[in-house]
Design a protein around this ligand. Sequence first.
Ligand code: GYE
Length: 356
Amino acid sequence: MKKKLLSIILATAMVATMVGCGSATSEPAAAEPATKEAAEEATPAEEVAEEPAAEEASDDLIVVGYAQVGAESDWRTANTESFKTTFTEENGYQLIFDDAQQKQENQIKAIRSFIQQEVDYIVVAPVVETGWETVLEEAKEAGIPVILSDRMMDVSDDSLYECWVGGNFVKEGEDAAAWLKTYLEDQGRGSEEINIVTLQGTIGASAQVGRTEGFANGMQDNWVMLDQQTGEFTQSKGQEVMESFLKQYPDIDVVVCENDNMAFGAIDAIKAAGKTCGPEGDIIVISFDAVAAAFDSMIAGDLNATFECNPLHGPRVAEIIQKLEAGETVEKIQYVDESYFDTSMDVAAIKETRAY
Ligand code: GYE
Protein backbone atom coordinates (compact mmCIF):
# COMPACT_ATOMS: atom_id res chain seq x y z
CA MET A 1 0.00 0.00 0.00
CA LYS A 2 2.85 2.37 0.77
CA LYS A 3 4.26 1.88 -2.70
CA LYS A 4 0.83 2.52 -4.15
CA LEU A 5 0.45 5.72 -2.15
CA LEU A 6 3.85 6.87 -3.30
CA SER A 7 3.00 6.21 -6.93
CA ILE A 8 -0.27 8.12 -6.58
CA ILE A 9 1.60 11.08 -5.07
CA LEU A 10 4.20 10.93 -7.84
CA ALA A 11 1.54 10.66 -10.55
CA THR A 12 -0.34 13.60 -9.07
CA ALA A 13 2.85 15.64 -8.93
CA MET A 14 3.65 14.76 -12.55
CA VAL A 15 0.19 15.73 -13.75
CA ALA A 16 0.43 18.97 -11.76
CA THR A 17 3.74 19.92 -13.39
CA MET A 18 2.38 19.07 -16.82
CA VAL A 19 -0.82 21.08 -16.61
CA GLY A 20 -0.81 23.62 -19.38
CA CYS A 21 1.92 22.03 -21.48
CA GLY A 22 -0.55 19.91 -23.38
CA SER A 23 1.61 16.83 -23.61
CA ALA A 24 0.90 14.90 -20.46
CA THR A 25 1.91 11.29 -20.86
CA SER A 26 1.13 10.08 -17.36
CA GLU A 27 -1.99 8.05 -16.62
CA PRO A 28 -5.13 10.12 -16.16
CA ALA A 29 -6.31 10.02 -12.54
CA ALA A 30 -9.38 8.02 -13.54
CA ALA A 31 -7.12 5.13 -14.51
CA GLU A 32 -6.40 4.47 -10.85
CA PRO A 33 -8.48 1.67 -9.29
CA ALA A 34 -11.95 3.12 -8.76
CA THR A 35 -12.44 1.74 -5.27
CA LYS A 36 -10.34 1.15 -2.20
CA GLU A 37 -11.06 -2.58 -2.57
CA ALA A 38 -9.78 -2.52 -6.13
CA ALA A 39 -6.65 -0.70 -5.00
CA GLU A 40 -6.07 -3.24 -2.26
CA GLU A 41 -6.53 -6.10 -4.70
CA ALA A 42 -3.73 -4.87 -6.91
CA THR A 43 -0.79 -7.23 -6.76
CA PRO A 44 2.74 -5.86 -6.36
CA ALA A 45 3.45 -6.83 -9.99
CA GLU A 46 0.59 -4.63 -11.12
CA GLU A 47 1.63 -1.76 -8.89
CA VAL A 48 4.92 -1.44 -10.68
CA ALA A 49 3.59 -2.53 -14.08
CA GLU A 50 4.71 -0.25 -16.86
CA GLU A 51 2.11 1.37 -19.02
CA PRO A 52 2.09 -0.47 -22.39
CA ALA A 53 4.22 1.76 -24.56
CA ALA A 54 4.69 2.04 -28.27
CA GLU A 55 8.23 2.11 -29.51
CA GLU A 56 9.04 4.69 -32.15
CA ALA A 57 6.29 3.85 -34.64
CA SER A 58 7.25 4.04 -38.23
CA ASP A 59 4.68 6.01 -40.21
CA ASP A 60 3.55 3.24 -42.50
CA LEU A 61 2.81 0.71 -39.76
CA ILE A 62 -0.75 0.36 -38.52
CA VAL A 63 -0.60 0.67 -34.75
CA VAL A 64 -2.94 -1.70 -32.91
CA GLY A 65 -3.46 -1.74 -29.14
CA TYR A 66 -4.76 -5.08 -27.86
CA ALA A 67 -6.35 -5.07 -24.40
CA GLN A 68 -6.13 -8.77 -23.58
CA VAL A 69 -7.96 -10.42 -20.65
CA GLY A 70 -4.99 -12.15 -19.04
CA ALA A 71 -3.20 -15.47 -19.22
CA GLU A 72 -5.70 -17.60 -17.30
CA SER A 73 -6.00 -20.57 -19.66
CA ASP A 74 -4.50 -22.49 -22.59
CA TRP A 75 -7.16 -20.89 -24.79
CA ARG A 76 -5.98 -17.44 -23.78
CA THR A 77 -2.33 -18.32 -24.46
CA ALA A 78 -3.28 -19.50 -27.96
CA ASN A 79 -5.26 -16.30 -28.49
CA THR A 80 -2.34 -14.10 -27.43
CA GLU A 81 -0.01 -16.06 -29.69
CA SER A 82 -2.42 -15.60 -32.57
CA PHE A 83 -2.33 -11.80 -32.16
CA LYS A 84 1.44 -11.66 -31.65
CA THR A 85 2.16 -13.70 -34.76
CA THR A 86 -0.37 -11.82 -36.91
CA PHE A 87 0.29 -8.21 -35.93
CA THR A 88 3.99 -8.17 -36.78
CA GLU A 89 6.06 -5.45 -38.46
CA GLU A 90 6.55 -7.77 -41.46
CA ASN A 91 2.77 -7.79 -41.83
CA GLY A 92 2.65 -4.00 -41.57
CA TYR A 93 1.60 -3.61 -37.94
CA GLN A 94 2.87 -2.46 -34.64
CA LEU A 95 1.18 -4.27 -31.77
CA ILE A 96 0.93 -2.78 -28.30
CA PHE A 97 -0.10 -5.67 -26.11
CA ASP A 98 -1.54 -5.36 -22.62
CA ASP A 99 -2.34 -8.23 -20.24
CA ALA A 100 -5.05 -7.08 -17.80
CA GLN A 101 -4.60 -9.98 -15.38
CA GLN A 102 -8.36 -10.67 -15.52
CA LYS A 103 -9.21 -7.22 -14.11
CA GLN A 104 -11.55 -4.82 -15.87
CA GLU A 105 -9.94 -1.77 -14.28
CA ASN A 106 -6.61 -2.77 -15.84
CA GLN A 107 -8.26 -3.07 -19.26
CA ILE A 108 -9.84 0.36 -18.92
CA LYS A 109 -6.44 1.73 -17.99
CA ALA A 110 -4.87 0.05 -21.03
CA ILE A 111 -7.53 1.46 -23.37
CA ARG A 112 -6.91 4.97 -21.99
CA SER A 113 -3.21 4.49 -22.53
CA PHE A 114 -3.84 3.38 -26.14
CA ILE A 115 -5.91 6.54 -26.68
CA GLN A 116 -3.10 8.68 -25.29
CA GLN A 117 -0.64 6.98 -27.60
CA GLU A 118 -2.97 7.71 -30.53
CA VAL A 119 -3.04 4.15 -31.84
CA ASP A 120 -4.86 3.50 -35.11
CA TYR A 121 -7.10 0.71 -33.76
CA ILE A 122 -8.05 -0.57 -30.33
CA VAL A 123 -8.90 -4.25 -29.98
CA VAL A 124 -10.52 -5.45 -26.75
CA ALA A 125 -11.33 -8.92 -25.43
CA PRO A 126 -13.47 -7.61 -22.57
CA VAL A 127 -13.12 -9.42 -19.23
CA VAL A 128 -16.82 -8.82 -18.47
CA GLU A 129 -19.71 -7.52 -20.55
CA THR A 130 -20.77 -4.39 -18.66
CA GLY A 131 -19.23 -1.11 -17.59
CA TRP A 132 -17.57 0.05 -20.81
CA GLU A 133 -19.58 3.08 -21.97
CA THR A 134 -17.33 5.81 -20.56
CA VAL A 135 -14.06 4.53 -21.94
CA LEU A 136 -15.62 3.68 -25.32
CA GLU A 137 -16.95 7.26 -25.51
CA GLU A 138 -13.40 8.45 -24.91
CA ALA A 139 -12.11 6.29 -27.79
CA LYS A 140 -14.92 7.56 -30.01
CA GLU A 141 -14.09 11.17 -29.19
CA ALA A 142 -10.48 10.46 -30.08
CA GLY A 143 -11.67 8.99 -33.40
CA ILE A 144 -10.12 5.57 -32.74
CA PRO A 145 -12.14 2.57 -33.97
CA VAL A 146 -12.68 -0.17 -31.39
CA ILE A 147 -12.94 -3.81 -32.45
CA LEU A 148 -14.20 -6.41 -30.00
CA SER A 149 -12.83 -9.90 -30.17
CA ASP A 150 -13.61 -13.08 -28.19
CA ARG A 151 -16.00 -11.82 -25.49
CA MET A 152 -18.75 -9.27 -26.04
CA MET A 153 -19.63 -5.95 -24.42
CA ASP A 154 -23.14 -5.08 -23.37
CA VAL A 155 -23.47 -1.39 -24.28
CA SER A 156 -26.64 0.57 -24.99
CA ASP A 157 -25.15 2.21 -28.11
CA ASP A 158 -23.55 -0.32 -30.42
CA SER A 159 -22.00 2.43 -32.53
CA LEU A 160 -19.42 2.63 -29.74
CA TYR A 161 -17.62 -0.30 -31.38
CA GLU A 162 -17.06 -1.25 -35.00
CA CYS A 163 -17.77 -4.94 -34.77
CA TRP A 164 -17.27 -8.12 -32.79
CA VAL A 165 -15.80 -11.50 -33.75
CA GLY A 166 -15.87 -14.58 -31.53
CA GLY A 167 -17.53 -17.86 -30.60
CA ASN A 168 -21.25 -18.46 -30.19
CA PHE A 169 -21.23 -19.19 -26.47
CA VAL A 170 -24.97 -19.85 -26.11
CA LYS A 171 -24.78 -22.37 -28.93
CA GLU A 172 -21.76 -24.03 -27.32
CA GLY A 173 -23.76 -24.50 -24.10
CA GLU A 174 -26.79 -25.81 -25.98
CA ASP A 175 -24.61 -28.23 -27.94
CA ALA A 176 -23.10 -29.53 -24.70
CA ALA A 177 -26.55 -30.20 -23.20
CA ALA A 178 -27.74 -31.89 -26.40
CA TRP A 179 -24.62 -34.07 -26.42
CA LEU A 180 -25.22 -35.08 -22.77
CA LYS A 181 -28.82 -36.00 -23.51
CA THR A 182 -27.82 -38.32 -26.35
CA TYR A 183 -24.90 -39.76 -24.38
CA LEU A 184 -27.12 -40.64 -21.41
CA GLU A 185 -29.81 -42.09 -23.66
CA ASP A 186 -27.20 -44.28 -25.38
CA GLN A 187 -26.23 -45.58 -21.95
CA GLY A 188 -29.83 -46.36 -21.05
CA ARG A 189 -29.84 -43.51 -18.50
CA GLY A 190 -32.24 -41.27 -20.39
CA SER A 191 -34.87 -41.18 -17.65
CA GLU A 192 -32.58 -41.55 -14.62
CA GLU A 193 -32.23 -38.61 -12.23
CA ILE A 194 -28.93 -36.96 -13.16
CA ASN A 195 -27.10 -34.73 -10.68
CA ILE A 196 -25.05 -31.99 -12.30
CA VAL A 197 -22.65 -29.35 -11.00
CA THR A 198 -21.15 -26.52 -13.05
CA LEU A 199 -17.79 -24.81 -12.73
CA GLN A 200 -18.55 -21.44 -14.24
CA GLY A 201 -16.13 -19.03 -15.85
CA THR A 202 -15.53 -15.49 -14.65
CA ILE A 203 -18.97 -14.23 -13.67
CA GLY A 204 -20.22 -11.65 -16.15
CA ALA A 205 -17.85 -12.71 -18.96
CA SER A 206 -19.79 -13.53 -22.11
CA ALA A 207 -18.19 -16.98 -22.30
CA GLN A 208 -19.66 -17.64 -18.84
CA VAL A 209 -23.01 -15.97 -19.45
CA GLY A 210 -23.55 -17.69 -22.81
CA ARG A 211 -22.42 -21.17 -21.84
CA THR A 212 -24.47 -21.12 -18.62
CA GLU A 213 -27.54 -19.90 -20.50
CA GLY A 214 -27.07 -22.37 -23.37
CA PHE A 215 -26.71 -25.35 -21.06
CA ALA A 216 -29.75 -24.21 -19.03
CA ASN A 217 -31.75 -24.12 -22.27
CA GLY A 218 -31.01 -27.82 -22.78
CA MET A 219 -31.71 -29.00 -19.21
CA GLN A 220 -34.06 -31.99 -19.05
CA ASP A 221 -36.83 -32.54 -16.48
CA ASN A 222 -34.93 -35.39 -14.85
CA TRP A 223 -31.67 -33.44 -14.58
CA VAL A 224 -30.90 -31.58 -11.35
CA MET A 225 -28.42 -28.69 -11.32
CA LEU A 226 -27.08 -29.13 -7.78
CA ASP A 227 -24.78 -26.13 -7.80
CA GLN A 228 -22.98 -23.63 -10.02
CA GLN A 229 -19.92 -21.70 -8.87
CA THR A 230 -17.16 -19.80 -10.55
CA GLY A 231 -13.73 -21.32 -11.02
CA GLU A 232 -12.53 -18.11 -12.72
CA PHE A 233 -11.49 -20.07 -15.85
CA THR A 234 -8.35 -21.31 -14.06
CA GLN A 235 -7.21 -24.84 -13.31
CA SER A 236 -6.38 -24.14 -9.66
CA LYS A 237 -9.72 -22.48 -8.85
CA GLY A 238 -11.54 -25.21 -10.79
CA GLN A 239 -9.86 -27.83 -8.64
CA GLU A 240 -10.65 -25.94 -5.44
CA VAL A 241 -14.35 -25.53 -6.26
CA MET A 242 -14.69 -29.15 -7.38
CA GLU A 243 -13.11 -30.30 -4.10
CA SER A 244 -15.79 -28.46 -2.18
CA PHE A 245 -18.57 -29.75 -4.48
CA LEU A 246 -17.38 -33.32 -3.89
CA LYS A 247 -17.49 -32.81 -0.14
CA GLN A 248 -20.95 -31.26 -0.29
CA TYR A 249 -22.62 -33.54 -2.83
CA PRO A 250 -21.86 -37.26 -2.52
CA ASP A 251 -23.66 -38.26 -5.74
CA ILE A 252 -22.48 -36.08 -8.64
CA ASP A 253 -23.10 -37.63 -12.07
CA VAL A 254 -21.86 -34.83 -14.31
CA VAL A 255 -19.55 -31.82 -13.99
CA VAL A 256 -19.87 -29.16 -16.65
CA CYS A 257 -16.69 -27.07 -16.78
CA GLU A 258 -16.95 -23.79 -18.67
CA ASN A 259 -13.40 -24.24 -19.96
CA ASP A 260 -10.88 -27.04 -20.37
CA ASN A 261 -8.48 -25.77 -17.73
CA MET A 262 -11.13 -25.91 -15.01
CA ALA A 263 -11.88 -29.47 -16.18
CA PHE A 264 -8.23 -30.41 -15.64
CA GLY A 265 -8.52 -29.08 -12.09
CA ALA A 266 -11.84 -30.88 -11.57
CA ILE A 267 -10.36 -34.17 -12.77
CA ASP A 268 -7.50 -33.81 -10.25
CA ALA A 269 -10.04 -33.14 -7.51
CA ILE A 270 -12.16 -36.15 -8.50
CA LYS A 271 -9.13 -38.46 -8.45
CA ALA A 272 -7.91 -37.03 -5.14
CA ALA A 273 -11.34 -37.80 -3.65
CA GLY A 274 -10.93 -41.44 -4.66
CA LYS A 275 -13.51 -41.24 -7.46
CA THR A 276 -13.16 -41.85 -11.17
CA CYS A 277 -14.29 -39.91 -14.22
CA GLY A 278 -14.51 -40.09 -18.00
CA PRO A 279 -16.30 -42.67 -20.14
CA GLU A 280 -15.47 -45.54 -17.77
CA GLY A 281 -15.76 -43.58 -14.54
CA ASP A 282 -18.26 -42.39 -11.93
CA ILE A 283 -18.49 -38.79 -13.12
CA ILE A 284 -19.02 -37.50 -16.67
CA VAL A 285 -16.78 -34.48 -17.38
CA ILE A 286 -17.72 -31.99 -20.10
CA SER A 287 -15.80 -28.85 -20.98
CA PHE A 288 -15.37 -26.08 -23.52
CA ASP A 289 -12.46 -24.83 -25.70
CA ALA A 290 -10.92 -28.03 -27.19
CA VAL A 291 -7.30 -27.06 -26.56
CA ALA A 292 -4.55 -29.63 -27.18
CA ALA A 293 -4.38 -30.72 -23.54
CA ALA A 294 -8.10 -31.55 -23.64
CA PHE A 295 -7.33 -34.12 -26.33
CA ASP A 296 -4.66 -35.63 -24.07
CA SER A 297 -7.25 -35.77 -21.30
CA MET A 298 -9.72 -37.58 -23.59
CA ILE A 299 -6.97 -39.96 -24.74
CA ALA A 300 -6.24 -40.69 -21.05
CA GLY A 301 -9.93 -41.46 -20.54
CA ASP A 302 -10.53 -38.63 -18.05
CA LEU A 303 -12.54 -36.12 -20.07
CA ASN A 304 -15.68 -37.17 -21.95
CA ALA A 305 -16.20 -34.31 -24.38
CA THR A 306 -15.05 -30.79 -25.18
CA PHE A 307 -16.98 -28.18 -27.10
CA GLU A 308 -14.79 -26.16 -29.40
CA CYS A 309 -14.15 -22.47 -29.06
CA ASN A 310 -11.66 -21.16 -31.60
CA PRO A 311 -9.06 -18.74 -30.16
CA LEU A 312 -7.26 -17.88 -33.40
CA HIS A 313 -8.75 -14.42 -33.78
CA GLY A 314 -5.59 -12.59 -34.86
CA PRO A 315 -6.07 -13.15 -38.62
CA ARG A 316 -9.81 -12.43 -38.32
CA VAL A 317 -9.18 -9.09 -36.67
CA ALA A 318 -6.46 -8.28 -39.23
CA GLU A 319 -8.95 -8.92 -42.03
CA ILE A 320 -11.42 -6.56 -40.37
CA ILE A 321 -8.75 -3.87 -40.05
CA GLN A 322 -7.77 -4.28 -43.71
CA LYS A 323 -11.39 -3.83 -44.74
CA LEU A 324 -11.75 -0.73 -42.59
CA GLU A 325 -8.51 0.65 -44.05
CA ALA A 326 -9.98 0.12 -47.53
CA GLY A 327 -13.12 1.99 -46.49
CA GLU A 328 -15.27 -1.11 -46.72
CA THR A 329 -18.04 -1.93 -44.26
CA VAL A 330 -17.64 -4.88 -41.93
CA GLU A 331 -20.24 -7.21 -40.50
CA LYS A 332 -21.22 -6.06 -37.03
CA ILE A 333 -21.33 -9.53 -35.43
CA GLN A 334 -19.22 -12.39 -36.78
CA TYR A 335 -19.53 -15.85 -35.25
CA VAL A 336 -16.83 -18.42 -35.84
CA ASP A 337 -17.92 -21.96 -36.79
CA GLU A 338 -17.25 -24.45 -34.03
CA SER A 339 -17.54 -28.17 -33.49
CA TYR A 340 -17.10 -30.63 -30.61
CA PHE A 341 -15.02 -33.71 -29.84
CA ASP A 342 -15.68 -36.75 -27.63
CA THR A 343 -14.09 -40.09 -26.83
CA SER A 344 -16.19 -41.96 -29.40
CA MET A 345 -13.97 -40.26 -32.01
CA ASP A 346 -10.35 -40.97 -32.91
CA VAL A 347 -9.20 -38.11 -30.70
CA ALA A 348 -5.49 -38.99 -31.05
CA ALA A 349 -5.69 -38.60 -34.83
CA ILE A 350 -7.79 -35.42 -34.59
CA LYS A 351 -5.30 -33.89 -32.17
CA GLU A 352 -2.60 -34.14 -34.83
CA THR A 353 -4.65 -31.99 -37.19
CA ARG A 354 -5.33 -29.21 -34.68
CA ALA A 355 -3.63 -25.83 -34.73
CA TYR A 356 -3.88 -25.09 -30.98
O1 GYE B 1 -13.17 -20.39 -22.94
C1 GYE B 1 -11.46 -19.61 -21.54
C2 GYE B 1 -10.81 -18.31 -21.44
O2 GYE B 1 -13.51 -16.00 -23.52
C3 GYE B 1 -13.80 -17.86 -24.91
O3 GYE B 1 -11.79 -17.38 -21.86
C4 GYE B 1 -12.97 -17.21 -23.89
C5 GYE B 1 -12.74 -18.03 -22.63
C6 GYE B 1 -12.20 -19.43 -22.82
O4 GYE B 1 -10.22 -18.06 -20.27
O5 GYE B 1 -10.59 -20.69 -21.54
